[in-house]
Design a protein around this ligand. Sequence first.
Ligand code: AMP
Ligand code: MN
Ligand code: MN
Ligand code: MN
Length: 281
Amino acid sequence: MLNIDLHCHSTISDGLLTPTKLVEHAAKRGVKTIALTDHDDVAGLDEAREVAESENITFINGVEISVTWRGRVIHILGLGIDPKYPPLAEGLAGIREGRAGRARKMAAQLDKCGIHGSLEGAYKHVGERRLIGRLHFARFLVEQGHAKNIKSVFKKYLVKGKPGYTDHRWAALCDAVDWIRGSGGIAAIAHPARYQLGKNVLDDLLHEFRQLGGAAIEVITASHTEDQVLVFAQHAQRMGFLASCGSDYHGPGESFFDLGQLPDLPAGCTPIWHDWDVAYE
Ligand code: AMP
Ligand code: MN
Ligand code: MN
Ligand code: MN
């Protein structure tokens, strides 16, 4: 079992634990190196780093950037970033503004199908930074009894073709990679199996990402099956990508993998941390 976790969320985006509570939880779970990767926001990094240092955990600055590529939503992780790098900070601020507008549209659509007050309801689940996403709507809808749990509420209301889903233009892939690399970080494609891309489209994405300067893909993540882990380990080796691993933890009761319980990377992968000075055992 690896004790390195390079993908998780706090209340700065759509996680349930504050950065402090998240890192304290990681410490209890025996995590030795952690990256906080909130969606489109870096505001939790200083707090998380401080707690990590006091717990003797190596801390990596991270972010998960929402991208639109060929009409699809793709998530790009930035690891080892400088959160103060102006193009990154400004780019993320732009995405957050877009989230607020999208949330109003989602609420208007839900209104039309008889679910009222979802904007205010979702915002009740949002942290101080006011970053809003589908998971905040999901928590409101479950609370109101529109579905029995988060998974089914997504299926029923929050995915493409359902009333609460609205198409949205996120950052361009080239911009996200530039912001990450410009700030000194490594860009990694998050949970690559989740996009359900056909062979040719996946190949296009991997090639374009590599050409833009992307250097890694997530191989271990909660949403990958054991087979998908092996498939993406092979893609990483074939394409010369570093392999990353993270739980994509969002909080107690909402995540398939807890912090600190990730399987090992398959043999033959070059871990993204191969030349970092970090602890993981
Ligand atoms: P957003 O970036 O606001 O569109 O929301 C995406 C987030 O919603 C993801 O990071 C997950 O936290 C959550 N999410 C998306 N799909 C699902 C699903 N099927 N079940 C549970 N959570 C999901
Ligand atoms: Mn999320
Ligand atoms: Mn994601
Ligand atoms: Mn995530």
